[in-house]
Write a new protein. Structure first.
Ligand code: G6P
Length: 461
């Protein structure tokens, strides 16, 4: 099997252990690379005065990481700018928050060229290249310009917006065109795939046969394949000593009350304000349940240099204060709102101690927290997953209690339903969910994508 070269903005060190506080995607990619072997290339997360293109290597179990520092100006225009002030809000259907600045688009292109130039010497003719996510749409095209004729795939981990939203982006055409440099492009759901296809057909005039798109003699194949977690590993993690300890700590501090848990990066796409309002509604409508439950919301801050993230943080500070101010008593706080991240094994114990997992993003490419919550449950007495219909994971996790995250009433009703749900129903739903999560795990995702990449017709120019 030929080597895999994975390229993404964030790279997890190969030595990452379960005690690290890592995002779901980084953990999933490192599990996938450990199986396939190869190189993982991307930004080191470090900032230097001037871009040098100097690579740092780290060798570990199964794969090597190669990272490069970026200069401050690059980070402002590429990461904080185009990636997170332009594309992220637009692709999560928030054109009201998207900022369209030529300098961001220029910086994004420049960084992609720099990354292509830096990665090029690492690539051998037989390697398969797999580029990840919205930070790097043009990277494939830049590698092609530098003579890479390798099989090359791209995977988008966030939603793809409908064409009517995409056309608000001044560079919509260029962005769509860059995807024709790849042999295969992947999305988590059929919905995102069809939005992309529609955009390419409507905006560029590409032709589609449902599985492939063609434009000016180039053909790209599309695949919908939802990412999974390393389910076996996560289930084992939930039984580890640190997870057992955090489970006991949570149960002790709950003093017999039911815990509802949410774990999300502090991001407006996660629907945290709407979730708090839904919970507030539940407290209003169910006075008998007050003091019987509490919501633990873990929300580590993210992308703090971007103003919209500062605003959502302030809004949530206000809202959590209001809810606690209105309902707390000397012996009960309805909402524990925590702005820090926790190691994965500690989280596994917290998930297991929670009667309800509340995962209500307004839009989400997939959402791995939903899967981790399920994998951590006690099979004899599992909790209930409440999941947004607008998370990509809802296409697979149909036995969750599905809600419209914009509706405080639906969130309130779902909490009430989940708290009353008899054990047999909880077990039946959990078994169906867990079966899916164990079967369609991260390795299943990896094999589906790489085998599709292996069978596409290799590029001829
Ligand atoms: C999402 C994106 C990832 C990103 C992660 C964390 O899952 O799809 O590409 O790495 O969020 O965001 P950050 O900006 O901290 O890398």
């Amino acid at each position: 099997m030929s080597r895999l070269i994975v390229i993404s903005n964030r790279v997890a060190a190969p030595t990452t252990s379960h005690s690290g506080a890592q995002g779901g995607l980084a953990v999933a990619l490192s599990s996938a690379l450990q199986e396939a072997g190869g190189i993982w290339f991307g930004w080191s997360g470090e900032v230097t005065e001037e871009f040098t293109g100097q690579l740092s290597f780290q060798r570990g179990e199964g794969y090597t990481t190669a990272t490069v520092d970026l200069e401050e100006h690059d980070v402002e225009e590429y990461y904080d700018g185009y990636a997170n002030r332009t594309l992220w809000p637009l692709f999560h259907y928030r054109i009201d928050l998207a900022e369209y600045e030529r300098s961001f688009a220029g910086g994004y292109q420049r960084v992609n060229e720099r990354l292509a130039e830096t990665a090029r010497p690492l690539i051998e003719p037989e390697d398969r290249i797999w580029i990840q996510d919205y930070h790097m749409f043009p990277l494939g095209e830049e590698l092609r310009k530098r003579g890479c004729r390798n099989r090359m795939g791209f995977f988008l981990h966030i939603p793809w917006p409908p064409p009517r939203l995409l056309t608000t982006l001044p560079e919509a055409r260029e962005l769509l065109e860059t995807l024709f440099a790849y042999d295969l492009v992947g999305f988590h759901t059929e919905e995102w795939l069809r939005s992309f296809e529609e955009g390419a057909v409507n905006i560029l005039g590409a032709t589609s046969d449902g599985e492939t798109l063609s434009l000016n003699g180039r053909t790209v194949r599309m695949i919908a394949s939802p990412i999974g977690i390393d389910a076996e590993d996560f289930t084992a993690l939930a039984a580890s000593p640190r997870a057992r300890l955090s489970f006991r700590q949570m149960r002790d501090s709950a003093v017999g009350r039911d815990m509802i848990v949410g774990v999300d990066r502090l991001d407006y796409s996660k629907g945290l304000e709407e979730r708090f309002l839904g919970y507030e509604r539940f407290l209003q409508e169910h006075p008998e349940e007050r003091k019987e439950v509490f919501l633990l919301q873990i929300a580590p801050p993210s992308r703090a240099a971007v103003e919209t993230y500062q605003k959502i943080r302030t809004a949530l500070d206000g809202l959590s204060g209001r809810i606690n101010g209105a309902y707390a008593d000397i012996d009960w706080v309805p909402l524990r709102y925590v702005n820090q991240g926790y190691p994965r094994d500690v989280l596994a114990g917290i998930y297991r101690a929670a009667r309800i997992g509340l995962v209500t993003p307004l839009r989400d490419g997939l959402n791995l927290v939903a899967k981790e919550y399920v994998a951590a449950q006690d099979p004899e007495d599992p909790g209930v997953l409440i999941l947004s219909r607008f998370a990509g994971a809802a296409e697979q996790l149909t036995e969750a209690v599905l809600v419209n995250p914009y509706s405080a009433e639906e969130i309130s009703d779902a909490i009430a339903l989940a708290l009353k749900m008899p054990r047999e129903e909880r077990v039946a739903r959990w078994q169906a969910l867990n079966e899916n999560i164990q079967r369609e795990d991260v390795f299943w995702w990896l094999r589906r994508f790489t085998s599709a990449l292996d069978t596409v017709e290799a590029m001829v120019d």
